[in-house]
Design a protein. Structure first.
Length: 217
């Protein structure tokens, strides 16, 4: 009789232990499941907030950020996209040169994209008004051998003989004709070149560079 009581006690103890284990395991499962659902809920909220942000045009965001790599981070996700800088200067902009000899101006300057900002002139009197803060780009359509009556700030492009007296050109001359002469009324001015680039350049979205990542440590 005592033996049966011991066996019954042990059996009841084991059953209680198993039930307790099942209860604790189920409770742990519920806690993990609630956490998983809460994490997923936060993830969806982050994604909705992200979609609201990136509803804008990517080029607009690139022009705003002005940097090649861009990150938008939330608690659960991280969004990345890349931008690229496009300037009228295809080759590095001049840092010291006031005269550049070239057989192909299109290797140096992107005239096609910025055509609306370019002036054409057959006489110095047709040059547009310019200043250090508002430099211009002008292309000569024929030979020039005249007196400049007012300073010009910007870039002159020519494939003809080009010589001036009088006032000065502050900036750079690109020429396919051999116009290199020491007596030229020409002076390199870094601020003019920098302002041209600022005026005629922009940031663009780099195609297929967007990516959504899990923001996990």
């Amino acid at each position: 009789m005592q033996y049966r009581a011991n066996v019954l006690f042990i059996s009841l103890f084991m059953i209680m232990g198993i039930m307790l284990f099942i209860f604790l395991s189920y409770d742990s499962f519920l806690i993990k499941d609630r956490k998983r659902l809460a994490d997923y809920h936060h993830y969806l909220n982050d994604k909705i907030n992200l979609l609201m942000i990136i509803a804008d045009d990517y080029d607009v965001m690139c022009r705003s950020s002005k940097q090649p790599k861009n990150h938008i981070e939330f608690d659960y996700i991280k969004y990345e996209f890349n931008c690229t800088f496009k300037s009228i200067f295809i080759k590095p902009k001049p840092t010291k040169s006031k005269y550049i000899q070239t057989n192909n101006i299109n290797e140096w300057l992107d005239l096609t994209t910025y055509q609306e900002h370019i002036y054409y002139f057959s006489s110095l009197s047709e040059l547009p008004n310019s200043s250090i803060t508002n430099p211009q780009i002008a292309i000569a359509t024929n030979e020039i051998d005249e007196k400049l009556t007012k300073n010009f700030y910007g870039i002159i492009i020519t494939e003809y003989f080009f010589d001036i007296t009088g006032k000065k050109i502050y900036g750079v001359i690109y020429s396919s004709y051999d116009n290199a002469r020491k007596e030229r009324n020409l002076s390199y001015k870094r601020k003019v070149v920098d302002n041209i680039e600022q005026k005629l350049s922009t940031w663009y979205y780099l195609s297929q560079s967007k990516n959504i990542l899990s923001n996990e440590e």
